[in-house]
Design a protein. Structure first.
Length: 234
């Protein structure tokens, strides 16, 4: 997919598709897990900050550097065809090894999985899976996020059959898949950073990392701890 097409889709209606859909009957009847939107309730105020894609070399690098500098925990949903996941290996690997940063599956080529066949869905997931395993030595299963949030029963079944049984959506978004003004980013952050939330951001540009201190202040003002998805879901 051309990057301009990717950004167009990411900023369109597909970006919020999961939040407008539920699949309770289909999922439960097939023994599948519905897309997870929130963390389970807990006495400890917490939020999972997830970072998708990785189209920008500098954005990925700076997210890693900020995680080191501020000693925070993040989950990266890896779009594995993007070069920054290879180019930042030396900086990222120690944080993956320690568990400070979790790597989860965001597919190999960032295609709309609902438009693919059963085998094509699995190929997309396993292409990313093998990249993460070979490069970083970790098994990303069972955590995945469908590109654009586009998911249905067929996608969930294909994913579950290769061990990807926990599909993740999000409760709030920085809305930064494409270009966004800092004022809009901070507005979206203000309404999205909440206890028990799963926040989605993107490593596709520098808007979030350039405003990271302001974003972290919002987290701190609500006394939230940052957790990885694996911290919570095991």
């Amino acid at each position: 997919m051309e990057r301009r097409d990717f950004l167009r889709l990411a900023s369109g209606s597909l970006a919020s598709l999961v939040l407008g859909q539920t699949f309770p009957d289909a999922a439960h009847s097939a023994g599948l897990t519905n897309p997870i939107v929130y963390l389970p309730k807990n006495d400890l105020p917490r939020i999972a900050w997830t970072v998708d894609d990785g189209c920008s070399q500098e954005s990925v690098r700076r997210y890693i550097e900020l995680a080191i500098e501020k000693d925070i925990r993040l989950t990266f949903f890896v779009y594995s065809a993007m070069a920054p996941w290879r180019n930042n290996f030396d900086l990222l690997k120690p944080l993956v090894d320690s568990g400070q940063i979790q790597l989860a599956n965001h597919t190999q080529h960032h295609r709309d999985l609902t438009q693919l066949s059963y085998s094509e869905v699995q190929k997309e997931l396993m292409g990313c899976h093998y990249f993460i395993k070979k490069t970083y030595g970790v098994d990303a299963r069972p955590y995945y996020r469908a590109p654009y949030g586009a998911i249905n029963r067929s996608v969930m079944q294909a994913a579950a059959d290769v061990g990807y049984t926990k599909p993740f959506s999000w409760s709030g978004s920085l809305a930064d898949a494409g270009t966004i003004k800092p004022s809009r980013l901070l507005y979206h952050a203000g309404v999205s950073i909440e206890d028990g939330g799963i926040l989605i951001g993107h490593a596709n540009n520098l808007v979030a990392v350039n405003n990271f201190d302001k974003l972290m202040q919002m987290v701190d003002n609500k006394n939230l701890s940052l957790v990885t998805l694996k911290d919570v879901f095991g």
